[in-house]
Structure formats: structure tokens, C-alpha cells
Design a protein around this ligand. Structure first.
Ligand code: ADP
Ligand code: MG
Length: 448
């Protein structure tokens, strides 16, 4: 089999490296990044990215020429061409290189099924992805679509599919693409098509050669010229029973321009929502992230983070990282609530916070429990009323960082020590009373 240009150049470079004409650093940094992209009329065209590479190679050009000539029936001369110029000369090569890079799936090794915490909010999506990996003859549902707000684990699951298949079913060919990359690849291919004819078809062929096609954040395909190519690939893959898994940040019915063509085909597929994780799942995610370092942080702080930031797991993890980072600067004995409030409080935690007031919190809490303002402001010691009061205090503190005195004033003129013990009681209940936690969760959702 004749060698490809790539193989010839790689052997040439290996010989030159071994000859030690160049020091190792120069070789790795400059020379190894060149490509041989064409041989015509005994001229070999070599593309370089930096003028430093050109300067280094020009000094020993005859060495490169003679070494490369050993690979060929006739001696060649070398012409050095800047990468950009090469892309103009051979746009299909540039597209090809880009396609190859995109298709060389680099799955994030930490995004695995094992590291994904399951809960009510994402169980179905997890199970469907896992099942899709293990389907024996043909996909049970095709396409499989996961949709939900940003930061809830869609990309994590796609990578988990990639990692799992690479380990357990290496014979399966998997293509993962972020839709933005798909669009830019196709735009480039279309541009070069006008000169060279078949670049788009080549890309299409490469995309069709797979058992699993994972496309992330499909909403970016809306209104894009590459939609046509996508649908050709999509239809052919469905026909040949390759499993397609799509994610979207928005509901399938809101994918306006894609809807008819994509969503109507969902009758053969399955669309699954991922929603925000509940308290227990969020806490388990934080613990997973800590992996054995749980003693650096108080459990209350994890409860607080899980209650406050579970709308977006990326943000939830970010807040934990922020606290860990701050603790390396300030060296507290342990990250406790005081430390957390000092260090998280510096940032605007909720966008809508300025509009929120103790009165609104009281309103949401009383509506939730079916009580009146007079009930929570009064002296009743009935459990649901006490709980409602504790939640008012807790949320006024956590969401608004109001002083105890001010909260006391708005809650039937109670003094600050009463409010402080109410706050402490709420923290205790959060730990041991699931119904109380759930109530806080639901009330907060109304307030955000
Ligand atoms: P999306 O693609 O939905 O915007 P990502 O998959 O990028 O979200 O998730 C954001 C971050 O949250 C990632 O670091 C991911 O590992 C983490 N994450 C989300 N959900 C979970 C989960 N259930 N278990 C563990 N980590 C999660
Ligand atoms: Mg994502």
C-alpha cells in the first residue's frame, strides 16, 4: 500500500529528529508541527505555522529535501508555505484536518456514569443513556433527546456514553460533536466547496460512519445554513440504526426552526427532561466532589449550598470550589457557616435579590402553609406555624442576609435572640426533617 503524505512526512521527521541536527526543544516546538500536504512536479509543499519554524528549517533545507527524497522514487525540492496560505491552496485539506480533530473524540474522563449522581430529576435520562450504550441489535429509541436548563448534566451524560463505550464496547464508532463546532465545520466546508466540489460530501461521509452520533446543544443549529447537511446525516443515520443522542437547553417544541423536521421524528424517539436536582441529590453531588475531604467543611454549609444553588449544578460546584479556594487563602479550621457567609456573600448570589423583601418571603411562606400574616407574626406555638416562622427567618437570612433585629421587627416585633434561635432551629430541621427541607425548597423556587 503506498504511504500517505502524512506517513512519509512523519518518517522523515523521525529520521531528522534522530540525527540530532536540531535540539529537542526546537524540534518539538517548531519542526514537529509542520505538515506535508502536496507533492507536485517534484516539489513537496510543507506547511508551517510560525515564521520561526520557517527560519529554522531554511537553514537545513537540503537535509529535509534529501531525507524526504529517500521516501520517494525521485528527489524532491521543498517549498515552505504558511499554514494560512495552504488553507487557501487546499481548503479541503484544512477542512479535513478540522474534521479529524473534531472526530478524535476527547471525552472528559471525569464525566462518567459512576461520577453522575442519580436522583428524581435525572434518573430517566441516566437510565436511557445507559440503556442506549447497551442496546444489542438496534436502538430502542432513536433519537434520544435530553433537554433541560443549562448546568444540569446533559453534556456530562453524553461524555459518559462516550467513555463507557470506549471502555466496554470499543468496536463501536462514536462521534461526539458540540453543535457550534458542527456549524463552523460545515460553514468552512461549504466555503471550500465552491472551489473544490466535494468537501461537504466528504464531511458528510465521515459523519455517517458511526454507530453513535452524540450532538450537544442542538439549539445552536437553529437558523444555521448547516441544518440541511445535519438533516441528511440525521435521516441516514436513523435509517441505518445508528443511535443518535441529542441535547438541548430548550424544550423540543421551542426549537422553532428545527421543530418540524427534528421533533416530528421524535415519534420514533424519546425526549426526556432533566430538571434541577432536589436537596439530597445536590448534597450527594457536593459530597462526590469532595471525595474524602468532607472534614474540611461543615455539614451545614453543604446543606446551605444544596438548598441555595441547585438550580444549576455548575454553579453549585462553583460555589463549593470558591469556598475551598478561599479556605486555602484564609486557612480557617473548618469551612463553617460564618466563613461561608463571609466569602459567598461578596458576590451577588441571586439576580433578583434586590426585588425580594422579607414581606415577599412572608407572603410565599404563608401561602405555602395556608396561613395568615397574623399567624406567623403572632405567638402560636403550633408546629406548622412555628415551622413557617423558622422558614421566614431562615430565608430572610440566607437570601437577603438581613440582620436578626430587622427580621424580628418584621415578624411581630420579636427580639434578635429569639430570631437567632429560630434560625438555628431551622438549620437543625434542615438536617433531620425531609418535609421541612422540601418545604424550603419549594418556597424558594417561588421566590427565585
Ligand atoms: P449541561 O450540559 O446540562 O449544561 P453539564 O453536563 O456541563 O451541564 O454539567 C455541569 C457540571 O455539573 C459538570 O461539571 C457536571 O459534571 C456536573 N453535574 C451535573 N449534574 C450532575 C450529576 N447529577 N452528578 C454529578 N455531577 C453533575
Ligand atoms: Mg452542555
Amino acid at each position: 500500500m503506498p504511504s500517505t503524505l502524512e506517513q512519509m512526512w512523519s518518517r522523515t521527521l523521525k529520521k531528522i529528529e534522530q540525527s540530532h541536527y536540531f535540539n529537542d526543544q526546537d524540534f518539538k516546538a517548531w519542526i514537529s508541527k509542520t505538515t506535508l500536504f502536496r507533492i507536485e512536479n517534484n516539489i513537496a509543499y510543507i506547511a508551517y505555522r510560525s515564521s520561526i519554524t520557517k527560519a529554522i528549517m531554511e537553514q537545513q533545507l537540503s537535509l529535509f529535501e534529501s531525507t524526504l527524497s529517500e521516501e520517494l522514487p525521485e528527489p524532491v525540492k521543498i517549498r515552505l508555505v504558511e499554514q494560512k496560505e495552504m488553507e487557501q491552496m487546499l481548503p479541503e485539506v484544512a477542512v479535513q484536518q478540522k474534521t479529524n480533530t473534531l472526530l478524535a473524540n476527547k471525552f472528559n474522563p471525569t464525566y462518567t456514569f459512576e461520577n453522575f449522581i442519580e436522583g428524581n430529576s435525572n434518573q430517566e435520562a441516566y437510565a436511557a443513556c445507559f440503556a442506549a450504550c447497551n442496546a444489542v441489535s438496534f436502538p430502542a429509541f432513536n433519537p434520544l433527546m435530553l433537554y433541560g436548563n443549562s448546568g444540569l448534566g446533559k453534556t456530562h451524560l453524553l461524555h459518559a456514553v462516550g467513555n463507557y463505550l470506549a471502555a466496554e464496547r470499543p468496536e463501536k464508532k462514536v462521534i461526539y460533536m458540540y453543535s457550534g463546532d458542527f456549524v463552523s465545520l460545515l460553514i468552512e466546508a461549504m466555503r471550500s466547496k465552491s472551489i473544490h466540489g466535494n468537501t461537504v460530501d466528504q464531511v458528510k461521509q465521515q459523519l455517517l460512519d458511526c454507530d453513535y452520533f452524540l450532538i450537544d446543544d442542538i439549539q445552536n443549529l437553529q437558523n444555521s445554513a448547516s441544518q440541511e447537511v445535519f438533516f441528511t446525516v440525521y435521516n441516514q443515520l436513523i435509517q441505518k440504526n445508528s443511535q443518535i443522542i441529542i441535547t438541548s437547553d430548550i424544550h423540543p417544541h421551542e426549537l422553532n426552526n428545527l421543530q418540524n423536521r427534528l421533533v416530528s421524528r421524535f415519534s420514533s424517539g424519546l425526549a426526556i427532561n432533566i430538571s434541577k436536582p432536589g436537596f439530597e441529590t445536590s448534597k450527594a453531588i457536593l459530597k462526590k466532589k469532595l471525595e474524602g475531604r468532607e472534614d474540611i467543611i461543615c455539614d451545614d454549609v453543604l446543606d446551605y449550598l444544596a438548598l441555595t444553588f441547585s438550580n444549576d449544578v455548575r454553579n453549585l460546584e462553583g460555589r463549593l470550589n470558591q469556598l475551598i479556594f478561599q479556605s486555602t487563602l484564609f486557612n480557617p479550621e473548618i469551612i463553617d457557616m460564618k466563613f461561608a457567609m463571609e466569602h459567598l456573600g461578596k458576590e451577588p448570589v441571586k439576580e433578583k435579590r434586590s426585588e425580594l423583601s422579607i414581606r415577599e418571603i412572608k407572603k410565599a411562606v404563608t401561602q405555602f402553609y395556608g396561613l395568615s400574616y397574623a399567624d406567623v407574626e403572632g405567638k402560636s406555638r403550633l408546629k406548622p406555624i412555628m415551622n413557617a416562622r423558622h422558614i421566614c427567618v431562615y430565608l430572610s437570612r440566607e437570601m437577603l442576609q438581613k440582620p436578626y433585629t430587622q427580621i424580628g421587627k418584621d415578624l411581630g416585633n420579636r427580639d434578635h435572640t429569639t430570631i437567632q434561635s429560630s434560625y438555628n432551629r431551622a438549620c437543625e430541621l434542615i438536617k433531620k426533617d425531609a418535609a421541612f427541607r422540601q418545604a424550603i425548597d419549594q418556597i424558594k423556587e417561588k421566590l427565585i
